[in-house]
Ligand binder design. Structure first.
Ligand SMILES: Cc1ncc(COP(=O)(O)O)c(C=O)c1O
Length: 376
C-alpha cells in the first residue's frame, strides 16, 4: 500500500517551520534563552495568583464565542468586538487565514527573510509563494517599488511583518497605508503582522490597528503571547472589517482558546500598559548598551541599530555559520536563534533577543569569550 495515495501533494515534502524558544531540548541544563523575541520582563507576576484561583474551570469547555476575552480586547485596543477574531496565538490565526482565503494554486507574495509561518500555512493550502528579497544594501527595509511591481492580478494576498522578524526593522506607517491602498485597488489581501510592534519605541505612530476596520482588504495580527510574555499560554488576535470577520469566525476551530487564557487575559489587560512601558524602558537602555559594546567597531560582527526587541547580527567575519555560532554559544549557556532556516544569506546571521540587564551581561560575556577564541 502506498500511504502517500491519501496525502495531499503539497504536504508530502513540506518541511516544518523552525522557531526559536526550543528550550525543551535543553531542559536539564541551565540555559538562558535569547532565541525567542518575547517581553524581556516575562509575564506580569499577578498571573501566578490568578491561575490557581481559576484552575477548577478546566473541568468545563471554554466559551466557544470567546465573549469575555473579545470584550476586554475590544476595550483595550479600541476596536469593535465584531472586528476581532481571537486565537491560540497568531500562529493559529495564520492557519485560519489560509483556511479561509487561500486555495490550491493561489499566488501569495512574501518579502523574505521573514516569519516562516506565513509561507508554511499558505503551502499547506497549496499556494504558490512569490518572494521579494530584503537585502542589507537597504538595511533590510522593504523595497516598496519592487513590491508594487510584483503585485499583479495573479497575487491574492501579501504578508508583511512589521517590525520584521528576523531583521528587527520597522516600516513607516505612511508606507504601509500606501501599500494597503494599492492592494485594495488591486483586490489583494494585506495581512499585516504587528506581533512585535509594541516593542518599538512610540509604536502607536507605526501601528495600523485602528485603520483595519476601514479597509476591505486589511487584516492586522497582534500577539499577546509576545507582549505579555506567555508563549506557553498562547493568545493572539486579528482585527479586520466586520464582513471578513464573519467568515473567519465561521471557519475557526471550536474552543480554540483554552479556558485559562480566556479567564486570565482580561485581568492581565489591566496591567498591560504598565507592563509594556516597563519593557520598553528596559529594551531601550539595554539595546543601547549592547549596541555600544558589540557593534561600535571593536568586534568583527555587524548589526544596524534594531527597531524592535532583538538584534539581527552578521557573523560572517567570525568564520562560522549561524548553526556553528548557536552551538558554540550553547556550550557557554546561551541559546540564540540559528537563522539558517530563514533562507538565503541568513546562515551568515544570528538573532538574539534583548532581555534584562543581568541576563544580557551573561550574553555579552559569552560573546566576548567566543569572539576572543575566534579572532584573538
Ligand atoms: C512576527 C511573528 N508573528 C507571530 C509569531 C507567533 O506568535 P504567537 O506565539 O502568538 O503564535 C511570532 C513568533 O515568533 C513572530 O515572530
Amino acid at each position: 500500500m502506498n500511504l502517500k495515495h491519501w496525502i495531499k501533494n503539497q504536504i508530502i515534502n513540506l518541511p516544518r517551520p523552525k522557531h526559536g524558544g526550543d528550550i525543551w531540548k535543553y531542559k536539564n541544563k541551565h540555559i538562558e534563552d535569547f532565541s525567542s523575541n518575547i517581553n524581556p520582563l516575562g509575564y506580569p507576576k499577578v498571573l501566578e495568583e490568578l491561575i490557581p484561583r481559576i484552575i477548577h474551570y478546566v473541568k468545563f469547555y471554554p466559551d466557544d464565542t470567546n465573549k469575555l476575552l473579545k470584550e476586554a480586547l475590544a476595550e483595550k485596543f479600541n476596536v469593535p468586538e465584531k472586528c476581532l477574531v481571537v486565537g491560540s496565538g497568531v500562529t493559529e490565526i495564520l492557519r485560519l487565514i489560509s483556511d479561509v482565503f487561500i486555495s490550491f494554486g493561489d499566488y501569495v507574495l512574501i518579502p523574505t527573510p521573514t516569519f516562516e509561518e506565513y509561507s508554511f500555512c499558505c503551502l499547506i493550502s497549496g499556494a504558490i509563494i512569490k518572494t521579494v528579497k530584503l537585502d542589507n544594501k537597504s538595511n533590510f527595509h522593504l523595497n516598496f517599488d519592487l513590491i508594487y511591481e510584483k503585485l499583479n492580478n495573479k497575487i491574492k494576498a501579501i504578508f508583511i511583518c512589521n517590525p520584521n522578524n528576523p531583521t528587527s526593522v520597522v516600516e513607516e506607517k505612511r508606507r504601509i497605508i500606501e501599500l494597503a491602498d494599492e492592494c485594495q485597488r488591486k483586490n489583494i489581501l494585506l495581512i499585516l503582522d504587528e506581533s512585535l510592534i509594541e516593542f518599538v519605541v512610540n509604536y502607536s505612530d507605526y501601528s495600523c490597528i485602528n485603520e483595519a476596520e476601514t479597509y476591505e482588504n486589511l487584516i492586522i495580527l497582534r500577539s499577546l503571547t509576545k507582549t505579555l510574555g506567555i508563549p506557553g499560554l498562547r493568545i493572539g488576535f486579528l482585527v479586520t472589517n466586520k464582513q471578513l470577520c464573519k467568515y473567519l469566525e465561521r471557519a475557526r476551530v471550536s474552543w480554540n482558546v483554552n479556558v485559562i487564557a480566556q479567564l486570565v487575559i482580561p485581568k492581565l489587560l489591566e496591567f498591560y500598559d504598565k507592563h509594556i512601558q516597563d519593557a520598553i524602558k528596559v529594551i531601550t537602555s539595554e539595546k543601547k548598551r549592547i549596541y555600544d559594546i558589540l557593534f561600535r567597531g571593536k568586534y568583527p560582527i555587524y548589526s544596524s541599530y534594531p527597531d524592535a526587541n532583538f538584534f539581527f547580527v552578521n557573523i560572517e567575519k567570525l568564520g562560522m555559520t549561524s548553526k556553528q555560532f548557536k552551538e558554540t554559544m550553547l556550550k557557554k549557556g546561551i541559546l540564540v536563534r540559528d537563522c539558517t532556516s530563514f533562507g538565503d544569506y541568513c546562515y551568515n546571521y544570528t538573532r538574539f533577543a534583548i532581555k534584562t540587564h543581568d541576563k544580557n551581561t551573561l550574553l555579552l560575556n559569552a560573546m566576548n569569550e567566543l569572539i576572543k577564541e575566534r579572532v584573538g
